[in-house]
Write a protein that binds this ligand. Structure first.
Ligand code: AMP
Ligand code: MG
Length: 330
């Protein structure tokens, strides 16, 4: 299959919507990361997403809608609290997990009796869903396990020849995936930290639980939270703040090619050292993270050293992705 990359204007979106309606695959920008979209109510189309990504079939897809009201067509019932959250945070990077309506195929939900839904804030995503006339199931548009794509070029790196159209809408704003919140439990539980912070959710919900990485039973409810995910090809080492350069030096001494994600100017210089200087504010850091990992991979470094960031607000999602991408924690 030939993959067409189109600037995401009206004509392109109309063409992409035809592809979705015909059961095809379209990668498109959302405010979080690029999504790999298909008709979420069409079993065969949804199957193609798993094949293109090489994603295990029990890892459920998030279904994207254009208007809040469409939620009631996908969920068997919508609790009052879910409407409150949707009104407060949609369109935006919050995914709600609810009981599945019968019309949502189990292929889409990875075999689960629940469905994950969100209304994205990106106008291209909204126009595409609207023009397609169906909810669009879309996981991140990367090969399974790789860092999520935040630019159209990243999608091509992973999925060229596996999707009909890539809509290019420039770099994504948030840079990390949505927060996944399980509304079938009381109090609701954050299954994956993301673009809407725990602090923001607490302000609306009061009580909200978080899924601890060590809670294996709970983790089964959200298969995508399994470890080794979002990973560059290079090994990733996560260190305490202030320790990255000394560690980098010891690997350089051993003849390794080293990548460094650093929130300050590096004091080291070496032809085998590749530095991505990261912003100090968490929002810009999140926006840059996946692209920085991909760029270091392109430099063919053997390992990437990253310093921990503070686990508050977006820092929770950043640390979650770094831990999952890391094969070694220091
Ligand atoms: P992705 O769209 O690739 O960022 O991944 C979507 C993630 O959302 C999945 O890997 C799950 O962790 C989570 N998710 C989707 N649907 C459900 C569901 N029905 N129940 C729990 N978690 C879900
Ligand atoms: Mg993903």
């Amino acid at each position: 299959m030939r993959t067409e990359v189109l600037l995401a204007d009206e004509v392109a979106v109309t063409k992409a919507a035809q592809v979705i309606r015909a059961g095809g695959l379209v990668a498109f920008p959302t405010e979080t990361v690029y999504g790999l979209g298909a008709d979420g109510l069409n079993e065969r189309a949804a199957r193609r997403i798993f094949a293109a990504k090489e994603r295990p079939s029990d890892d459920p897809l998030i279904v994207h809608i254009a208007h809040l009201q469409e939620l009631s067509q996908l969920a068997r019932s919508v609790p009052e609290l879910a409407w409150d959250l949707a009104k407060r945070f949609w369109p935006g990077p919050l995914t709600l997990v609810l009981e599945r309506a019968a019309r949502v195929p189990k292929v889409t939900t990875g075999g689960l009796e629940t469905v994950a839904v969100r209304a994205p804030a990106h106008t291209v995503a909204q126009k595409l869903i609207h023009a397609s006339g169906c909810p669009i199931a879309a996981p991140s548009a990367n090969r399974f396990g790789r860092p999520s794509p935040t630019r159209a070029e990243h999608v091509l790196e992973d999925l060229d020849g596996r999707v009909e159209i890539v809509l290019d809408g420039g770099p994504t704003l948030v840079g990390l995936e949505s927060t996944v919140l399980d509304m079938t439990q009381n109090p609701p539980m954050v299954l994956r930290p993301g673009g809407i912070t725990l602090e923001e959710l607490q302000a609306v919900l009061g009580d909200v639980r978080t899924l601890e990485p060590t809670d294996r039973k709970a983790a089964q409810r959200s298969p995508g939270t399994r470890s080794r995910h979002y990973a560059p090809r290079a090994k990733l080492l996560l260190t305490e703040p202030g320790e990255a350069e000394a560690l980098a030096q010891s690997f350089l001494d051993q003849g390794e090619r080293v990548g460094l994600l650093l929130q300050r100017r590096p004091s080291l210089a070496d032809s085998r050292l590749h530095v991505q200087q990261m912003p100090t504010d968490l929002k810009s850091y999140a926006q840059r993270l996946f692209a920085a990992l991909r760029e270091l991979d392109a430099q063919r470094v053997d390992l990437i050293i990253v310093e921990s960031v503070e686990e508050r607000e977006l820092g929770r999602a950043i640390m979650d992705r770094l831990r999952r991408a890391g094969s070694l924690l220091l």
